[in-house]
Design a protein around this ligand. Structure first.
Ligand code: G3I
Length: 369
């Protein structure tokens, strides 16, 4: 009789510990190492799918707006701002005691054409563009002063070969548009953290250009707290070595590192990276896992996730945050980029809002550190 009672107690304790393990979140497991978060869309903030909303509130210690705080959505016309979505998202993060990041103040994409054009449809003068940048940055950063921990001040200003992207900002103001943006953001909120954000930071020439920018900004007396490495990855690129080399270079430049938009596409890629302006034609061979993923491929993806996450943990002293670019495979931007209408599996929750098995492996890894 006694043995029976002991064994049933043992079973209960075991179940409880398994259950606790299952309950443990990545946000909890990475506490003390780095913030762990996700990009959030407005359907999730508005509770259109309550399961997703609940998961975001529970699983993560930080959130970032996938779209609503970008130049075009938040400032669609020179004299009109659209605060509703951004206000709701920031309030959502505060309610869930999450750190909120602002993305993004200055970007060549998703920005109103009005920013660069005068009444005659011609390019505005450097002074006019600089003043429009100042207005935009001062107003947006000022509105969320003390509520947003840091801003992606400038997004994607370099090409992969390390040259400046020939954006309208660059054409009209030259490379100094970056310095102006950081200065305006700091003037608007001296306590907010300021970041430069880009994709393919693991590419040596691009990483060197970003390190050069960090040094130039510091030499000009500008505050720059971190470089955001978007980390939009594929099955074979970037390599672990290239990723680690970029971490070493950025650490040596005296800035923190943020993994700002992490996802790992499992699909064949017509090219590496996330240069949003590229696009390619749909074909069946480029969309091989519509019905299901062969276990061998899933295992390869899991290993890729764990290898990269292990590297992030190795550099947790200089990495302040890891953000996955979206909660579930279902609503992920990669289903339509760089090829529209594909079925990708790039993030940590599946199409049924279930945590993928690799997440428990990640939690074990984080707890072992
Ligand atoms: O909100 C409008 C909607 O009203 C309209 O009916 C619909 C019709 O197309 O478009 C909707 O806007 C879309 C927006 O996402 C919100 O869903 C835009 O067309 C679409 O281009 C936009 O895509 C976003 C993309 O940036 C372009 O800005 C993706 O969701 C977002 O994941 C992606 O994120 C970027 C980062 O900000 C910067 N780094 C690269 C990353 C991936 O491209």
């Amino acid at each position: 009789m006694k043995i029976k009672i002991i064994s049933s107690i043992t079973v209960l304790v075991l179940l409880a510990s398994v259950d606790t393990m299952a309950q443990k979140t990545l946000g909890e497991a990475t506490k003390g190492k780095f913030l762990f978060g996700t990009a959030v869309n407005m359907q999730q903030v508005n509770g259109v799918n309550p399961i997703e909303t609940e998961l975001i509130a529970k699983e993560f210690t930080t959130i970032v707006a996938e779209n609503c705080m970008k130049p075009q959505p938040i400032h669609p016309e020179e004299n009109r701002y659209n605060w509703d979505d951004a206000d709701k998202l920031v309030a959502f993060g505060e309610k869930n005691k999450q750190v909120v990041t602002g993305h993004c103040l200055i970007w060549h994409s998703q920005i109103g054409r009005w920013f660069f054009t005068d009444a005659d449809g011609k390019d505005v003068s450097p002074d006019v563009l600089k003043e429009r940048m100042r207005q935009h940055i001062t107003t947006v950063v000022g509105r969320y002063k003390g509520r947003v921990k840091g801003w992606d001040v400038v997004n994607e200003a370099f090409e992969d070969n390390g040259t400046y992207r020939n954006s309208k900002f660059y054409q009209i103001l030259g490379k100094d548009f970056i310095k102006y943006a950081f200065q305006f953001a700091h003037d608007a909120d001296p306590n907010v953290e300021l970041y430069y954000n880009d994709y393919n930071v693991e590419t040596p020439a691009k990483c060197d250009a970003i390190v050069g920018l960090v040094k130039e900004l510091k030499a000009a007396g500008c505050r720059i707290d971190a470089v955001g490495s978007q980390a939009h990855m594929h099955m074979n690129s970037p390599t672990l070595e290239a990723t680690e080399t970029s971490f070493k270079k950025l650490k040596a430049a005296g800035v923190k590192i943020l993994i700002t938009e992490w996802d790992i596409s499992i699909l064949p890629s017509p090219y590496d990276g996330a240069n949003i302006s590229a696009s390619f034609k749909y074909s069946k061979e480029m969309d091989p896992y519509r019905e299901a993923i062969p276990d061998s491929i899933q295992q390869k993806w899991n290993k890729r996730v764990l290898d990269m996450f292990g590297l992030f943990l190795k550099y947790h002293e200089v990495i302040d945050r890891v953000t996955v670019w979206g909660l579930t495979d279902n609503t992920n931007w990669l289903n339509n980029f760089p090829i529209r209408g594909r079925k990708d599996y790039p993030v940590l929750f599946d199409r049924n809002n279930q945590r993928k098995p690799v997440v428990d492996e990640m939690i074990k890894m984080a707890e072992k550190q």
